[in-house]
Ligand binder design. Structure first.
Ligand SMILES: C[S@@+](CC[C@H](N)C(=O)[O-])C[C@H]1O[C@@H](n2cnc3c(N)ncnc32)[C@H](O)[C@@H]1O
Length: 331
């Protein structure tokens, strides 16, 4: 790995396409679906417990009372059930108290939003922090599973083939690149944060067709024109100032080859879910400080405007709440 003139590069030494036409295989979908269903259930239970925080303490007290009652009445079977319930509810109570404690974010209040490199290096001070702040997931397995929805959207809306040279803008720790690189010819991950790229290089080091590039944060001036078939940006645009969103769409047009496809997803403030996230705050613990990485949501019209003005002749948007997805093609 090199850090010459702000670039981190893997030589293209190995090329091992996994799927013939770049779409995900159905067995992969079903594994991803199972894990997603599990994650959805976990999220649902957590939401209900957050909404009714008295349930577990009440269940623990009730179990204790029932146990005492059973002992008083010399009912050993009931006492055993009571003790088991007491242990289970007390454990869940303690566990949920710890799990729902708001994360301690490193301070970025001395930084402005457009000091992207410094902000995101601060958020990526260790490999765990980098993975969590890029994906909201803690374990490697969860990080990998969380790529599923973006991969499906990419596969369905732009299609990725083994002939494609693909660029991700704001790649973080390579959450998507880890899964996408085996499906395309060359996957280039670009990011403003040197720390994120360092951890991305650790995660993706074993893949031969991966290249990582450090950006200045305001466009793609580091990249040659007409050098990619697909440019995508996921889970990133909301962190940018509007002018930098425009610079990236404008530059995506420049670096795409004729026929190239652009994919951008971001949170849609016009969707019901997006609006709820906007009103409630994506992380209530941060609301009062409004730190520089706090997401700012978009509309389909905003994304279409950038793409039209950049010169894309074909522009469409798709609603996948809470996301709006821009697809643009260069002729
Ligand atoms: C929430 S993370 C998402 C990472 C990745 N796209 C994913 O979904 O796993 C946002 C990423 O955007 C990067 N980023 C923030 N501002 C940027 C900018 N102006 N230019 C390029 N990357 C930027 C951050 O360093 C971070 O890695």
């Amino acid at each position: 790995m090199e850090f010459a003139s702000g670039r981190v590069t893997f030589p293209e030494t190995r090329f091992t396409p996994r799927a013939a036409c770049g779409t995900l295989e159905s067995s992969e979908f079903s594994i991803v679906n199972f894990h997603q269903a599990k994650a959805r259930l976990r999220k649902r239970v957590a939401m209900e417990l957050k909404r009714y925080p008295w349930v577990l303490p009440a269940a623990t007290v009730l179990s204790g009372v029932a146990t005492l009652f059973a002992l008083d009445r010399s009912a050993p079977a009931l006492a055993v059930v009571g003790v088991l319930c007491l242990v289970a509810t007390a454990y869940l109570w303690g566990f949920s108290t710890r799990a729902f404690r708001p994360p301690r974010w490193p301070s970025t209040s001395h930084l402005q939003r457009r000091e992207y490199g410094a902000v995101w290096d601060t958020l990526a001070s260790s490999s765990q922090a980098a993975a969590f702040n890029a994906s909201g997931r803690r374990s490697e397995q969860e990080v990998r599973e969380s790529a599923g929805p973006t991969l499906r959207n990419l596969s369905e809306l732009v299609g990725i083939t083994v002939q494609d040279d693909v660029l991700e803008i704001g790649c973080g720790v390579g959450r998507i690149g880890r899964e996408l690189a085996p499906l395309c010819r060359l996957w280039t991950g670009s990011d403003v944060s040197k720390n994120m790229l360092t951890y991305a290089s650790e995660r993706l080091g074993q893949l031969g067709n991966v290249r990582l590039i450090q950006l200045q944060g305001e466009g793609l001036s580091e990249l040659a024109g007409s050098s990619f078939d697909v440019v995508y940006c996921t889970n990133m645009l909301a962190h940018l100032d509007e002018i930098d969103r425009w610079y990236y769409v404008r530059d995506a047009f420049r670096v795409l080859r004729p026929g190239g496809r652009l994919f951008i997803d971001t949170i849609d403030i016009e969707s019901g879910e997006g609006w709820a996230m906007f009103v409630q705050g994506s992380c209530p613990a941060l609301e009062s400080a409004r730190p520089p990485f706090m997401p700012r949501f978009s509309t389909a019209a905003e994304l279409k405007n950038y793409a039209n003005r950049a010169g894309f002749p074909q522009v469409e948007t798709h609603n996948r709440p809470p996301l709006v997805i821009l697809i643009a093609r260069k002729s």
